[in-house]
Design a protein around this ligand. Structure first.
Ligand SMILES: [Zn+2]
Length: 936
């Protein structure tokens, strides 16, 4: 299991590194525990398994060939050999589907072994990364596993989490809500846990017993064929575990590792080992059987996330590896979770719920959640597949969203643009609409483009008119120009065709019918005159602020009066200021940074070397950091009053790559980095878009933001909560504790909130040392800035001899994809003060949608399909025809969740009813709740 240096290292190899560290850390004072008292042999639970990374250093199909061979052999072995009494099929149902797609004829054999309790399945559909996908993806993954497992008699009762790169704070609550009270974990367990099990508590108090795989999920991999050798191995392993096990505690021996096949002699060697000694009682068994009477008293407690590298690799650099994959993940999850699902559930007829499309999209998202997939610590062919799956899921989400918005449009009573709010929060926002009109737009409207009217009539011959009409695709003429109506008239002098041009697509325009009719008449009168009349009013594309759209609701477009219009102003030094009375952003033309409400230095781009790999950042031995541009130019874009923008183009010289011999950054490229700052009317947020063509390898680019107040902690969004973290992390010599942390959509610190689109890694930096001697609780170190990673470029899947991680964490395969040479675009937003970060995230990442209506339906000008107040809404969908909603309370006090006028049932994550409610319910601090409404 120790990395061989030949490229054959595995994630299990990291287990080898970590287990020796665990043994090392518990050296002197913690010798081998005394033998159990005579007559009571120590229970050794041997759990045969394989850990199946579906795709990693080989693509999915290559690994699947091996998977099919493995399961073929496993079925034969288990049917032939009753002493091979159990096998854990890696906690994920995906491997079952992957296998049965090739071997459908073996489903009955799998079902029979599962029904007999000899094969454990699930509970997950995939062994996901917990930090790099949304909370909703984690829940759907568990539900998909449980759902698929039902066909095989049900999933295991253990929340098996063997290889995830750390664990989220809310995992104990997710497990509890799905009926699990046991977890099995390895990576991330902190030094405070000094036993092989602990009570793991979520922020709401939900607690599971967590079995800690101190030496990894491969601590019993590759057991010897010889019974005496097996006993010696047990002796050695118990010595290695030291005081993690109490005298007499049973030992869990995980007999398997990455892609390992079952060992056919296992039943025999276990029986022989039991015969030749009395100290150990070995048994091949399941995790749930072992855990049924595993010790539960006097265990250490741990509350919150598990992100320590003290005994095993946490691999915290995966959050910034392949930023393009993280952005794609964010967009795909956004379009499915926050747009397509809620809008389809609330605005399509009940029987039009697109279950199959959403099922397809969720399967793509869930498969991509695999730790080696979304982490992109994989070869480039794998990452290509991951990006393709995310693109398909996003396409489904965007298409379903358009379909749901079209349903809103066609049901409106009045014509004109209608604004739809996809979030639960009542809110206003800036929208872009196409409206008829010309001339002075008024003080609250910003014109983006204008199309003058083209009324008039031309006389043509019939063939020309026919070919013109043939060019019309459907009823669309151009952007913002659609045929709203067409008519044909005939008199003695000729034929008259009138095209009425509108600004939005309209159903049922008889273009094809008119073309056929024209053809018929021209056949009868081939030489007649055809007069074509275009009736097109002037239109323009405008920006305006729409006020107060109800949550999950709609409102006819009506531009609001602006109390805080945004203005743009240049200064003599070449700088530019955007201000709206709520926020002031001033660009410094000298260095390309900007001030936010008077605090200077935002958006400083800091480029340093990275001689790490896909798993970990590692500065080169001789780093050179580029933090100042060679030149800066500033250009005003939009000038308000609804939206003002300024683009800062900074030219840098970045080194080309890290020289492998000297470990120094060498060479150089000129690179233009264009950053566009945007301020809108009525908002305190500044939106930032940075674009450049990345020319350099082996580097890390971060944007630095001063904190209005120095801070000792950060608060970052994580699945279903906000986690607080300090300035440091736990690590060890084998993995330096780089204090970079993941955040899902936002992170706050020291009076600054950063909302981002898939830029998951941040670090509090520029630490001021504590001023000792000040009163208690005061004077500790404080960060004065936050760094957001925009790009991390490396060229090895894993690497040997890094400054931050000496041993490899995977195969040492050169890969070019993670260098991300080429166009890069990143989006984030900043807000000073202490806003509700969930609200800022909604405004920035889930903007109001606009769709045009021709009226004629029943829907009033304004309303809401569902009101949920008092908690954050994570999901709205249909299950069994009923509306199902998931909410969570990220605050530290109980919340009153109100759903006015509605009744329903709170349900658990398996869909089982828990308790009825009328009009709302109380949700405990940090609680997650799912409910179904009795009727729409
Ligand atoms: Zn793995």
């Amino acid at each position: 299991m120790i990395p061989s240096g030949g490229g054959a290292a595995t994630e299990g190899a990291a287990a080898g590194g970590s287990s020796s560290a665990a043994g090392g850390s518990s050296s002197a004072a913690e010798g081998r525990p005394p033998p159990a008292r005579p007559g009571a042999p120590r229970r050794i639970a041997v759990v045969p398994h394989t850990h199946w990374d579906r795709e990693w250093y080989e693509p999915f199909q290559t690994f699947r060939l091996k998977l099919v061979r493995l399961i073929d052999g496993l079925l034969d072995q288990m049917e032939r050999d009753s002493s091979y009494s159990h096998f854990l099929l890696d906690g994920q149902l995906a491997v079952i589907d992957d296998y049965l797609e090739i071997r459908p004829e073996n489903e009955g054999r799998l079902r029979a072994l599962a029904a007999a309790g000899r094969i454990s399945l699930g509970p997950w559909y995939i062994l996901m990364d917990e930090f790099l996908v949304s909370g909703e993806t984690i829940v759907r993954n568990l539900q998909a596993g449980i759902g698929r497992g039902a066909a095989f008699g049900g999933v295991t009762g253990v929340g098996y989490l063997p290889d995830m790169f750390g664990h989220i704070a809310q995992m104990p609550q997710i497990l509890t809500e799905a009926g699990f009270d046991q977890a099995v974990v390895w990576r991330g367990v902190p030094s405070a846990v000094d036993r092989s099990a602990f009570h793991w508590q979520a922020p709401d108090g939900s607690t599971v017993r967590a079995e800690y795989l101190v030496a990894g999920y491969g601590n019993g991999a590759a057991l010897p064929e010889d019974a005496k050798a097996l006993v010696r191995r047990l002796d050695a392993h118990l010595e290695e575990l030291g005081s993690f096990l109490r005298p007499g505690d049973p030992l869990l021996l995980m007999n398997g590792s990455d892609h390992l096949r079952p060992q056919p002699w296992l039943g025999r060697v276990v029986a022989e080992a039991n015969q030749i000694q009395g100290e150990y009682a070995l048994r091949i068994t399941s995790l749930s059987d072992y855990l049924r009477d595993a010790p539960g008293d006097d265990l250490p407690d741990w509350r919150g996330e598990l992100r320590s590298g003290v005994r095993s690799n946490l691999l915290m650099g995966v959050g910034s590896n392949r930023v393009d994959v993280k952005q794609a993940a964010h967009r795909a999850e956004h379009w499915i979770e926050r747009m397509a699902e809620p809008l389809s559930a609330l605005f399509l007829p009940r029987d039009a719920w697109p279950a199959a499309f959403l099922g397809t999209a969720w399967k793509l998202l869930i498969r991509n959640a695999a730790h080696d997939s979304v982490c992109a610590c994989s070869i480039d062919e794998v990452t290509d597949a991951v990006l393709h799956r995310y693109a398909e899921a996003r396409q489904i989400g965007q298409g379903l969203t358009d379909q749901a918005l079209a349903a809103v449009a066609s049901s409106m009573a009045s014509p004109g643009p209608v604004v739809v709010n996809p979030s639960a929060r009542d809110r206003g926002g800036v929208v872009e609409v196409v409206v008829p009109g010309a001339g002075e737009p008024g003080p609250d409207i910003q014109v983006l483009s204008e199309r003058l009217g083209l009324p008039g009539s031309i006389t043509l011959d019939g063939t020309t008119v026919l070919s013109m009409l043939g060019l019309i695709q459907g009823a669309r003429l151009d952007t913002d120009a659609y045929i709203a109506d067409v008519s044909l008239a005939e008199d003695d002098t000729g034929l008259d065709i009138t095209l009425v041009i509108g600004t939005e697509p309209r159903d049922g325009v008889p273009v094809e019918e008119i073309k056929r009719e024209l053809y018929t008449r021209l056949t009868a009168r081939p030489d007649t005159e055809v007069r074509l009349t275009l009736d097109q009013p002037p239109v323009r594309r405008v920006l305006a602020r729409q006020a107060d759209v109800p949550g999950f609701g709609w409102a006819r477009f009506a531009p609001a009066a602006l109390a805080h219009p945004v203005r743009v102003e240049g200064d003599a030094a070449g700088g530019v200021t955007l201000a709206n009375g709520l926020v002031t952003v001033a660009v410094d033309a000298a260095d390309g940074t900007f001030s936010l409400d008077g605090v200077p230095g935002y958006g400083r781009l800091v480029d340093g070397g990275d001689h790490g790999d896909t798993y970990n950042y590692s500065p080169p031995r001789v780093d050179s950091v580029v933090a100042s541009p060679d030149s800066v130019s500033v250009a005003i874009g939009d000038r308000g009053p609804v939206r003002s923008t300024v683009t800062v183009t900074s030219t840098f010289t970045w080194p080309d790559h890290v020289d492998p011999a000297t470990k120094a950054r060498v060479g150089g490229h000129r690179v233009e980095v264009a950053t566009t700052l945007e301020v809108r009317a009525e908002e305190s947020t500044v939106r930032v878009r940075t674009r450049f063509d990345n020319p350099s390898r082996d580097h890390r680019l971060r944007a630095h933001f001063p904190l209005p107040r120095p801070a000792a902690t950060s608060q970052a969004e994580c699945a279903f909560t906000v986690v607080e973290r300090g300035l440091t992390a736990e690590g060890r010599a084998d993995e330096y504790p780089t204090p970079t942390f993941p955040s899902r959509r936002f992170v706050s610190a020291g009076g600054l909130t950063v909302v981002h689109e898939g830029l998951l890694e941040y670090e509090l930096v520029d630490i001021e040392p504590g001023d000792s001697g000040v009163g208690p609780g005061d004077g500790g170190p404080r960060a004065t800035a936050l760094a957001l990673t925009l790009l991390r470029s490396t060229g090895m899947l894993s690497r040997l001899g890094m400054t931050t991680r000496p041993l490899p964490a995977g195969p040492m395969t050169p890969i070019d994809g993670p260098q991300l040479i080429g166009p890069v675009e990143v989006n984030y937003a900043l807000q000073a003060g202490d806003p509700d970060p969930y609200q800022v995230a909604d405004e920035v990442l889930a903007p109001l949608a606009v769709v045009a209506s021709f009226g004629g339906g029943q829907r009033p000008d304004r309303g809401s399909s569902l009101t949920v107040h008092g908690a954050e809404v994570s999901a709205v969908r249909r299950e069994g025809g009923l509306l199902e909603v998931r909410v969570f309370n990220p605050t530290s006090t109980a919340a009153a969740v109100t759903i006015p006028g509605r009744t329903g049932w709170l349900i658990d994550l398996r869909g089982r009813p828990v308790s009825p409610f009328e009009g709302g319910f109380e949700l405990r601090a940090q609680g997650i709740a799912t409910f179904r409404l009795d009727r729409d």
